[in-house]
Design a protein around this ligand. Structure first.
Ligand code: SF4
Ligand code: SF4
Ligand code: SF4
Length: 335
């Protein structure tokens, strides 16, 4: 279901394009543009049934189909790199749908939660929250992640070095890294970054052309609703009131564009997910996020501010170099 008008989207996007022709470096460069219609989603956990626990529920299958041309095709015999000794290579696990990987940008978690004297099974579709003030984008040293005027946070795969700072500062460690692909191979294969980061972009290309995200379109139960962000927030609040339930994503990380509504408290869902994570063979591996409540935004911490100031000059140079590289690449294609 989409209540977001294509015409309005294009009109406001054009205005934002003009307005955003300013320097993008430094602290807060990815703060929200106030004059642009923001989009968002409401995810109703009372409706999601995990598509009855298929290996790839409809939303997951649709996302994989939608993004298959963007998935990484790494070189063979990927080397390890410095300073992260071990490469991250998911290319031999492309079929994995039980966590976030560079080949799986959304997945569905299951939690058995006791609340009000009964046990309920809750299914939680997970992917990037598209935060209001995204630390992943604000603190990327290469300026290759941006919060778009309409709200989605988008990674430029052509310019990403895969240093994974975005994942470190994301409270849910959402972006996933694939080694053996990307710009670092041309510039410093053994020393810089280590691949490319991949993440849900809220189907930015689709929504720019007036379509709703693929996962939203595919969901047989209308569990994910897409539309103007403030309408999604209002919908979440009214649904939560109706069921005497709980909202997640409104305050976490300083606010996001994703509003989950649940009949059970998110603290209980988080506790269950953390138990599942601890039982995994490598419990510290990212890609299986919890749902911690009231998480702090790293951009606003002392360390975040210090990092932002430190990278501002580098980010400026990187943004200019990136633009030059894109122009050059475009020129090569035209030749
Ligand atoms: S969000 Fe929809 S498509 Fe995805 S698992 Fe839930 S019911 Fe299935
Ligand atoms: S959920 Fe993580 S990756 Fe997504 S915008 Fe927020 S901080 Fe960035
Ligand atoms: S919005 Fe698009 S990229 Fe994000 S999870 Fe849904 S289908 Fe995948």
């Amino acid at each position: 279901m989409s209540d977001f008008s294509r015409r309005e989207f294009l009109k406001r996007s054009a205005a934002a394009g003009v307005a955003s022709g300013v320097a993008l470096t430094g602290f807060g460069r990815n703060a929200l543009a106030s004059d642009v219609a923001q989009v968002g989603t409401m995810i109703d956990l009372t409706r999601c049934d995990g598509c009855k626990e298929l290996n790839a529920p409809a939303c997951v299958a649709a996302c994989r189909e939608e993004n298959k041309d963007v998935f990484p095709e790494p070189i063979e015999n990927i080397g390890n790199y410095w300073p992260q000794k071990k490469k991250e290579d998911w290319s031999n696990k492309r079929g994995l749908t039980s966590r976030l990987t560079p080949y799986n940008w959304t997945f569905v978690q299951k939690a058995e939660v006791e609340h009000d004297g009964r046990v309920q099974t809750i299914y939680v579709p997970r992917r990037c929250m598209h935060c209001d003030n995204p630390p992943c984008a604000n603190l990327c040293p290469f300026s290759v992640q941006n919060k778009m005027p309409e709200g989605p946070v988008v990674i430029d795969h052509d310019l990403c070095f895969g240093g994974a700072k975005c994942r470190t500062v994301c409270p849910w460690e959402i972006p996933a890294r694939q080694a053996g692909v990307g710009l670092y191979l041309k510039i410093a294969p053994e020393f810089a970054g280590g691949g490319v980061m991949y993440n849900c972009d809220l189907c930015y290309d689709r929504i720019k052309s007036g379509r709703e995200p693929a996962c939203v379109e595919a969901c047989p139960r209308n569990a994910i609703i897409f539309g103007e962000k403030e309408k999604m927030r209002a919908l979440a609040r009214s649904r939560a009131d109706q069921i005497n339930g709980y909202i997640y994503g409104e305050k976490e990380n300083g606010g996001t564009s994703t509003f989950y509504v649940s009949p059970v408290p998110f603290e209980k869902i988080d506790a269950e997910l953390m138990k599942q994570k601890a039982a995994q063979p490598n419990p510290k591996a990212p890609g299986f996020p919890g749902m911690p409540v009231d998480v702090e935004n790293f951009t606003e911490t002392a360390n975040g501010i210090a990092w932002s100031m430190a990278i501002a000059p580098i980010a400026g140079i990187a943004a200019a170099a990136g633009a030059a590289y894109k122009t050059m690449k475009g020129g090569e294609k035209d030749d």
